[in-house]
Design a protein around this ligand. Structure first.
Ligand code: FPP
Length: 257
């Protein structure tokens, strides 16, 4: 553990040198990322698609560190959508095994940083081994007080809205809520993200410019930032570029400045 601490201090120092850029404007409290382009990254190198996912996992580690160093409060990562089940079985299984590998290697550092891991999406449909990882990482980081990292696994924005309404309807049926009180905050509170701060900045890599069913309710007023960079090539510097661009935006939320 002491060794890890030393390593971490060294890394933080090295990181803060890179992060020592002047960030003008507001810092987004919540960044959400659609991590796209793993397959193309691998294809361009003549590698199997799963090699792209593996490289993408390394980027996940780097981006968590960078967000934590920069003082981001919530990071939400789109790791597997409700539509991704349509991929070849082999690729799906590989993606389902990645969380286990990721948390095995990263848990100590996440604990040291006080990161709270959460999951959004219907995790009950994941293979048992993935659910076990979900349970263990929730348990191990439950009491941490630092940055929240939401992993979206089997997540779909429309399904999230539907389950939120269903949950509310159950409360109405049980006499704990009423339809007269059903409003936007009530729906938000029943989404898998709960009443946490909506994303301020949604980043999508690989040149695609769409939300693909990601946080469709929560991102209603998010600033969108797109880059041609493929996810495995996304670096701390790319993140800083996005944050700096965000800082220059004028957010009016439909009103006047
Ligand atoms: C989209 O790229 C990416 C995914 C469907 C998977 C994202 C997963 C990771 C980055 C690793 C997650 C790590 C953890 C710890 C859960 P694509 O395969 O659609 O790329 P393509 O559009 O180029 O084919």
């Amino acid at each position: 553990m002491r060794e890890l601490k030393r390593l971490w201090t060294w890394r933080t120092k090295a990181d803060s040198q890179t992060a020592n850029v002047e960030l003008k404007g507001d810092l987004p409290a919540h960044i959400a990322i659609i991590m796209d382009g793993n397959g193309r990254w691998a294809n361009r190198r003549g590698l199997p698609r799963i090699a792209g996912h593996r490289a993408g996992m390394t980027t996940v580690r780097e981006v968590i560190r960078a967000c934590d160093d920069l003082g981001i409060q919530i990071l939400t990562l789109y790791a597997f959508s409700t539509e991704n089940w349509k991929r070849p079985e082999f690729e799906v299984e590989y993606l389902m095994r990645l969380p286990e590998e990721f948390f095995r290697s990263e848990m100590d550092e996440l604990a040291l940083r006080g990161v709270r891991v959460r999951f959004i999406g219907d995790t009950t449909k994941l293979p048992e081994y993935t659910q076990e990882t979900v349970r263990r990482s929730l348990e191990r980081t439950r009491d941490n007080q630092g940055m929240i990292v939401n992993f979206a696994l089997n997540y779909g924005g429309r399904a999230d809205v539907v389950q939120a309404v269903q949950k509310y309807a159950e409360e109405v049926a049980a006499g704990r809520s009423s339809w007269a009180q059903f409003d936007e905050p009530a729906l938000s509170a029943h989404l898998s993200t709960g009443s946490t701060h909506d994303p301020d900045l949604v980043i999508r890599t690989s040149g695609e410019m769409r939300l693909s069913n990601f946080l469709i309710w929560q991102a209603a007023y998010a600033e969108l930032w797109f880059t041609d960079v493929l996810w495995p090539d996304f670096r701390r510097e790319t993140l800083i570029e996005a944050i700096q661009d965000y800082g220059r935006r004028k957010r009016r939320f439909g009103g006047l400045k």
